[in-house]
Structures are given as C-alpha cells and as structure tokens.
Design a protein around this ligand. Structure first.
Ligand code: A2P
Ligand code: 11C
Length: 337
C-alpha cells in the first residue's frame, strides 16, 4: 500500500530534511504534496528525480492526504493542523503547538511508540523538541532498568535548531570576521560566532527559558512519570548541525558504567561511541546526516551513590525533527493505517 503525504513547511530546514528522510527510507509514497507560504508558491523542489511545485499551505490543501508532516512553526500548526485532521489526514506536528495537550500523544518511537494509538482522538501526533528527543533515546534503556529519579542536563545546541535564517547569520558573521568587517546580528540577541549564548527561546517567570522547560515537561510526559526531577541549562553554540548534551542522572538502583555501556550498545537508535583513550567520543561534526544518536563519555558520578554521566550527540534536524516525524509515520502505517 502507498500513501499520500503532505509536508507543511517543505521549503524550511526541517521540511527539506523530511524530503531527504522520506527518500532515504524509501517511504511508500503515492502523492507527495509540498506546502509553504505564498512566498514559495510555484517554486520547484526535486524529489527522487521528480519536479514538484510548492503549493500554498491553506485549510483546503489536505484533501486526499493520508499523512501530513507539519514543520512551519507553531502558529501555522494551530491554524492548519486541525483542518488537515478534519480532512482525514493524520498530522505529525514538529512544532511545540500541541506537545503538552493531554489529548495529543507526544512520541519518540524508541521511547513510547504505544502512545501513537491515541492519535485517534484528535488526528494529531506531536513530535517533541529536538533536545528532549536525543536525551530520551539515550536514557530510556537505563530508565527501564534502574529508574531514573533525577536528570541534570546542559545542552550545546546548533544554530540549525533556529532555522534557515540562523544558519545564514552564523555563516555571515564568520565571513565578516574573516574579512575584518564588523559582525551584525538579527536572529539572535547577541553575536553567535565565537560565542555561547545561555538563552534558547524566551525567558519565563521562573528564570528558565522555554527550551529548558520543554526538556522538563516533555520528559515527564513521555516517561509517563510526573515525579521525575529534571533541570536543564540550554545553550546555543556556534555549531551548524548537531546538538550535544552533558547529561547527569541519579538512579533509584545502582548501575555501573560498564552496565550502561552494555545496555546502550544494543539500544534502538543509539550508537555507542565510547573509547576515550583512543580519542573516540561523540562529536557534533560526526553526527550530521546520521540517523543514530551517539552516546559516549559514560562514567559513574563519584559524588553520589547512584549516578551516571553521559555525553549525547545527535543531528537535531534528523532525529531531533525530520527523522523522528517520519519514524512516527512509519509506525502509523505499519500498525494503524
Ligand atoms: P516559506 O519558505 O515559504 O517562508 P525554517 O524553520 O527553516 O525557517 O522554515 C520555516 C518553514 O515554514 C518554511 O517552509 C516556510 O515557508 C514555512 N512558513 C513560514 N511561515 C509560513 C506561513 N505563514 N504560511 C505557510 N508556511 C509558512
Ligand atoms: C532549538 N530546540 O534548537 C530548538 C528548536 O520546540 O521545536 C526547536 C523548537 C521546537 O532552537
């Protein structure tokens, strides 16, 4: 069986990656409908040698569509995802619009694919935030074995997480620096080249950023554990692709570093890269284009009884967005459609 798939936001950084992932995984496609703003209408996008013109994202654009992958920002998801669902499509939404809605499942297939069944309520499945996805891919096998009580995470996030304009801004600042010209910024509140910004998204009343609270709330929802302690510091770094995370966990039962390595060696979606004496550990420059989440630097936290430290790196546009959305669609067609 083949399926009609729409991509809302097909001209964006994540939309483009969705096209790549559909092609790389040989998704059983019949029609592929590409949607974006009026700025892009008529633009030709090449998919597996076929030229497909971009159409306008509108409420009427989803007739006959089985699966709609949304990545055009939360406002567009609020405006158009219900219409897509009403037209009979199952929406996989990459934005933050519906993630914390109790009626809408929030899914990482390696973590809680059973939750996909709840798509029947509203016709929408939410794709989590990139920094949460890669952390939970690495932590799920440990949580299942010894229950994680508390997570302390610091992130080092690539500019591609902000979108195409931010990639251009970092590139331009590097070129200006090399040419001895002053650097300007518009996307970020400060220069990002040669800098680290301890701010991703806006600040909330509790002093955390929205990005930090996404890591807290989405982890609790997908681990189905409202009591798990999570505290995050999220930082933008001058990297184009790949988020890196320093993750410290405290577990209920003792687990050794060797046991964690053995668990993660065979874990779905994980590539263990942990030979530090040979200089082998996960790095952002190695994750671009990869489907796996790389985990390394696994060691015991000697400051507490049951603690582990890990370094987790993944392509934020792939597993953090496009790949996870397509994997959800794959489970949908395998088990439900
Ligand atoms: P467009 O290219 O026509 O502006 P990114 O996150 O990389 O910046 O991409 C955002 C995606 O969301 C693009 O495909 C963009 O289309 C799409 N988009 C942004 N605003 C709108 C809108 N008002 N209506 C439809 N699509 C939109
Ligand atoms: C970033 N995590 O790296 C953000 C981007 O909630 O989908 C994704 C925002 C989201 O900037």
């Amino acid at each position: 069986k083949k399926f009609n798939v729409a991509i809302a936001g097909a001209t964006g950084a994540v939309g483009g990656a969705m096209l790549d992932v559909l092609a790389r995984r040989d998704f059983p496609l019949d029609e592929l409908r590409l949607l974006a703003s009026e700025r892009s209408v008529g633009k030709i996008i090449n998919f597996k040698g076929k030229e497909i013109p971009v159409q306008l994202l509108s409420k009427d654009a989803f007739v006959g569509i089985d699966i709609a992958l949304f990545s055009a920002g939360a406002t567009r998801s609020f405006d158009f995802a219900p219409a897509a669902a009403a037209a009979g499509a199952v929406v996989v939404d990459n934005s933050s619009a519906y993630r914390m809605d109790p009626e809408i499942p929030l899914v990482v297939p390696e973590v809680n694919s059973h939750a996909i069944a709840q798509y029947k309520r509203r016709g929408i499945i939410a794709n989590p935030n990139c920094s949460t996805i890669q952390m939970l891919v690495a932590l799920k096998p440990i949580h299942d074995k010894v229950r994680i009580k508390r997570i302390v995470v610091s992130t080092y996030q690539a500019v591609s997480g902000t979108g195409a304009k931010a990639i251009d801004e970092l590139n331009q600042q590097i070129l200006d620096y090399a040419a001895g010209k002053p650097m300007t910024h518009a996307v970020y509140p400060h220069q990002i080249a040669f800098n680290c910004l301890p701010q991703i998204d806006s600040f909330l009343d509790n002093g955390y950023t929205k990005e930090e609270m996404k890591m807290v709330n989405e982890t609790r929802k997908m681990f189905e554990d409202p009591t798990i302690g999570v505290t995050a510091t999220t930082v933008r770094v001058p990297v184009f692709y790949g988020h890196s995370e320093s993750v410290n966990i405290e577990t209920e039962k003792k687990i050794t570093a060797a046991e964690v390595k053995a668990l993660l060696k065979n874990a779905p979606g994980v590539q263990l890269v942990d030979e530090p004496t040979l200089g082998q550990y996960p790095m952002a420059i190695d994750c671009a284009g990869k489907f796996e989440t790389m985990v390394g630097r696994i060691r015991e936290d000697e400051s507490i009884a049951n603690g582990i430290n890990l370094w987790v790196v993944s392509d934020n546009i792939l597993k953090g967005a496009a790949l996870n959305a397509v994997q959800i669609a794959e489970v949908l067609i395998r088990d439900y459609l």
